[in-house]
Design a protein around this ligand. Structure first.
Ligand code: EZ4
Ligand code: CO
Length: 413
């Protein structure tokens, strides 16, 4: 292939832990245009770094950076081994970096290349949590004070020591990060009891509704822990509190599980932060078993691939609710915002703010105003990687927790 200005000259895999671990792909063209992609797979970061460095980067150097679709197909179809989070996170990073380059060359914010803005801003939801209901209500109020107009509510459960979405200890700083992969020799252990959870949660939502009234959109994440029958019971018991969505009620591996849940409850269902391709959604979308697609740009094959999933979902009145926890790097969050602004079937955007140290390593230009996100109008994604800062925060291994029942059996986390 003849070298011209848009030929890929360099592909770098940057691994650093500024506050938490991020893997970032940086592609540079002969003209010196730089594109960034988020390659972070929480708790398994180095597998994607190796995949990119050892297998993908050598294939990219010398290719035309503008051939995004062809590169996507090359990395998906061309390698024979399909799907899976490691492969799809790697493809995502390449795809987003190439879109960043194309938009920077065009001198336009990426959303303009995706069809332009379909709305003024993106309704975002915050995370609120508490060890007890008064603490949870304070946490919801704090989110509202920060400008949020929608809130995800997670709660401790009496009798359980460590539950997903609740910090291990009350935070004195007021800044929570609920799911950092924890640094140490191995995973920490959460505990779980479905019956205790199903008994407790409806009362919490009743208290939150009583405090904040009927208008505020409330969300909840069951984090893959329930059987279809348990999930149906939870959905029914939460109907009086009019949730915006109930997330990941059953393990996402089994699409058919949602049939039973759907037959028994009108509570809206969101699923898919661990799903990585349109095939993972085939039954969910075609049978209209869900209301929101949770996949992120960073894990579902990039802008090219998530747009395919969301266009398919749109045919069935299913909307976006892209994953936006802090393990999605500022690069991945910005990519989500550009796509979300452009598509028609936007639902809501998760927005967990990164720590100050993370935001020193990634300079962002997106904004959050009166509850709405906007990706900004810088050319490309609008994110810069600050090497000097990132290099000061060497990679530290960390693990997501595991979950066990009272008798020690490993349960879904
Ligand atoms: O546990 O991002 O809705 N958000 C979530 C997250 C996930 C982590 C896993 O990497 O479920 O908190
Ligand atoms: Co979730």
């Amino acid at each position: 292939m003849a070298v011209n200005g848009s030929t890929i000259r360099e592909v770098e895999v940057l691994v650093a832990s500024p506050g938490r671990t991020f893997v970032t792909l940086r592609i540079t063209t002969e003209d010196g245009v730089v594109g960034l992609g988020d390659a972070t797979l929480n708790g398994r970061e180095l597998s994607v770094a190796a995949y990119l460095r050892d297998h993908v980067a050598p294939m990219l150097v010398g290719r035309d950076a503008h051939r995004i679709e062809d590169t996507w197909q090359l990395l998906y179809r061309g390698v024979y081994w399909r799907r899976g989070p490691v492969t799809m996170t790697a493809i995502s990073a390449v795809d987003v970096a190439l879109w960043d380059i194309k938009a920077r060359v065009a001198g336009l914010p990426l959303y303009q290349l995706l069809g332009g803005a379909s709305r003024g801003g993106l309704l975002a939801y915050a995370h609120a949590t508490g060890h007890d209901t008064p603490a949870l209500i304070d946490s919801v109020r704090q989110s509202l004070d920060e400008g949020f107009r929608a809130v995800r509510v997670q709660t401790a459960v009496p009798g359980l020591d460590h539950v997903y979405g609740v910090p291990a200890a009350p935070s004195s700083s007021g800044v929570y990060d609920y799911e950092p992969a924890v640094r140490g020799e191995g995973p920490t252990v959460d505990d779980w009891d479905t019956r205790a959870y199903l008994r407790y949660v409806p009362g919490v939502f009743e208290a939150v509704r009583n405090e904040f009234g009927p208008e505020l959109p409330l969300l909840h994440d069951a984090h893959h822990r329930l059987t279809p029958r348990d999930a149906a019971q939870l959905g029914k018991s939460l109907e009086p509190f009019d949730l915006f969505w109930l997330e990941d009620v059953t393990p996402a591996d089994n699409q058919e599980a949602l049939r039973l849940v759907r037959q028994h409850t009108t509570t809206p269902l969101a699923i898919g932060e661990v799903l990585t391709s349109v095939w993972d959604y085939q039954t969910l979308i075609r049978e209209q078993l869900i209301d929101f697609v949770r996949s992120s740009v960073a894990h579902a094959g990039g802008i090219t691939s998530l747009r395919r999933i969301l266009d398919y979902a749109g045919m069935y009145q299913i909307r976006s609710g892209m994953h936006g926890a802090t393990d999605i790097s500022p690069v991945g969050q910005a990519a989500a915002m550009h796509l979300a602004l452009a598509i028609h079937n936007f639902g809501i955007q998760e927005y967990m703010k990164h720590s100050a140290v993370s935001l020193e390593a990634f300079r962002t230009s997106f904004t959050f105003t009166d509850g709405y996100l906007h990706p900004g109008d810088e050319p490309g994604l609008g994110v810069e990687y600050v090497d000097e800062v990132a290099e000061r925060h060497e990679y530290v291994r960390a693990y997501l927790p595991v979950n066990r029942l009272k008798d020690g059996t490993v349960h879904d986390w």
